[in-house]
Design a protein around this ligand. Structure first.
Ligand SMILES: Cc1cc2nc3c(=O)[nH]c(=O)nc-3n(C[C@H](O)[C@H](O)[C@H](O)COP(=O)(O)OP(=O)(O)OC[C@H]3O[C@@H](n4cnc5c(N)ncnc54)[C@H](O)[C@@H]3O)c2cc1C
Length: 421
């Protein structure tokens, strides 16, 4: 029987034969003989910053430039705690200085607009051009349109910026018996537990301040997408007089002035709307023809290297990639390390490591003192050429506890440290 029939491509067969040798063993050689390989990373979030750091951590034979639109990064992780005053924006703000100082990553602040994949260079908004040997893209997500949604009035607070401060202002302005409405798009979306977590944080605020009122959760999915036991207990027991959970309710239209949401179930009115529109890969991916998965929303990649299946020498990691793994910061950090390792191996003339594993983990506050957690691990499956959930690796905490709340900060600090310092 040929290797192909057994589901083994020639490339993967060679990898299994041990040709994915260690990166340090072979000197890195580029086409232009002695010149050092230049890797450009675009996007300095959990995916891109980690990739830039680890490329230089693992090899001083490459030059790495991180191009990021903003001067620093505002973490969405823990940002729901800005709503209840337990975290400040400053505590969630990370500069790129340590990547420069500790690893020699070069930082360019700017917006990459166009990728010239033939000649291997990127073009920034202001016209600057930078050439690469390998390009890693980590631009996160962008939102899809919803009829009538004015994103200046109706906030999502779902991107790495300071919009959460404006949402906090809106929440604090809610009077007694007021209504807060959050909508959850169909999967896949960024941070599966995040919207349920936000609903709990706001409901907790209503409860502690005896506001009465309601938190309406409009879920386009058939049921709570993750950690369902803990969230359902929170909605139907802890916040039973406050939270109204409505599954299978897709937002079809928004009246941004009147605070009305039209769904396929019925219309809802609220004092504060927090509409999280459906997502797709960042604009950079779409504008450069890299959103080529089945849905045409995400970038299809080889899960061994995160190299685009569309365009060689371009790798896509984090929330923009379309491997089916969750869209979350912890696993974006994991993917980034696999990608960085693969890029260094490829530059050394080797194959990517053939059995990568990634991990996703998340702590979720349920009240202002208790939290739950979820975790899952994925491994490369040779037969399907996909990252697959390892059976039995996914779990959740049995119930929210105070100890979990403390561990949430330890977990987040270690992720922040691993990404930005
Ligand atoms: C409320 C909330 C809570 C969350 N909690 C958790 C959690 O507990 N655990 C967890 O694992 N995940 C969590 N997440 C999800 C996590 O924040 C994202 O999955 C993660 O940020 C994705 O990382 P990324 O690097 O792919 O994208 P991003 O973090 O969005 O970073 C993308 C970066 O690329 C830059 N960029 C985009 N386009 C360009 C361009 N053309 N040129 C230059 N720069 C560009 C952007 O400025 C941005 O800095 C949460 C998210 C939210 C909203």
């Amino acid at each position: 029987m040929s290797n192909k029939k057994q589901g083994l491509s020639r490339r993967h067969f060679l990898q299994l034969m041990g040709l994915g040798a260690g990166i340090a063993a072979v000197p890195i050689i580029t086409k232009a003989a002695q010149s050092r390989p230049h890797i450009i990373v675009v996007g300095g979030g959990f995916a891109g910053a980690t990739a830039a750091k680890y490329l230089r951590h693992w090899s001083k034979d490459v030059d790495v430039t991180l191009i990021e639109a903003n001067a620093s990064y505002q973490s969405p992780i823990l940002s729901n705690l800005i709503l209840n005053g337990q975290r400040s924006l400053k505590q969630l703000n990370f500069s790129y200085d340590k990547l420069v100082k500790n690893y020699g990553v070069k930082i360019v602040q700017g917006n990459v607009k166009k990728i010239h994949s033939g000649k291997k260079f990127v073009e920034l908004e202001e016209g600057k051009k930078l050439s690469y040997d390998r390009l890693i893209l980590a631009p996160g997500i962008q939102f899809m349109d919803i009829k009538g949604l004015d994103r200046k009035k109706v906030l999502h607070a779902w991107l790495p910026n300071n919009e959460i401060l404006q949402l906090k202002k809106q929440v604090l302005s809610i009077k007694k018996e007021g209504v807060f409405l959050i909508s959850i798009p169909k999967k896949p979306y960024r941070c599966p537990p995040g919207p349920y977590e936000r609903a709990c944080v706001v409901a907790d605020y209503f409860k502690r301040n005896k506001l009465g009122g309601k938190v309406i959760v409009l879920d386009a999915n058939a049921k709570v997408t993750v950690n369902a036991n803990n969230f359902m207990r929170a909605f139907y027991e802890t916040y039973k007089d406050i939270v109204e959970y409505i599954p299978q309710a897709s937002v079809e239209e928004v009246d941004s002035d009147k605070g009305v949401v039209v769904t396929d179930v019925e219309d809802y009115r609220a004092d504060v709307l927090n509409i999280i529109p459906p997502h797709q890969a960042g604009a950079l991916i779409h504008d450069n023809g890299l959103a080529n998965d089945k849905s045409k929303r995400w970038a299809a990649v080889d899960p061994l290297s995160y190299e685009s299946t569309e365009t060689p020498y371009i790798h896509i990691i984090g929330d923009s990639q379309g491997t089916g793994q969750p869209k979350a910061g912890h696993i974006a950090n994991s993917e980034a390390k696999i990608c960085a390792d693969a890029v260094l191996r490829l530059l050394s003339g080797n194959s990517p490591y053939y059995f990568p594993r990634t991990n996703s983990a998340c702590y979720t506050p349920i009240t202002n003192k208790t939290a739950t957690w979820i975790t899952s691990t994925y491994a490369y499956d040779l037969t399907s050429n996909k990252m697959k959930l390892i059976k039995g690796s996914n779990g959740t905490s049995k119930k929210p506890t105070e100890a979990n709340y403390q561990r949430m900060y330890d977990w987040a600090n270690s992720l922040f440290g691993d990404t930005f310092s």
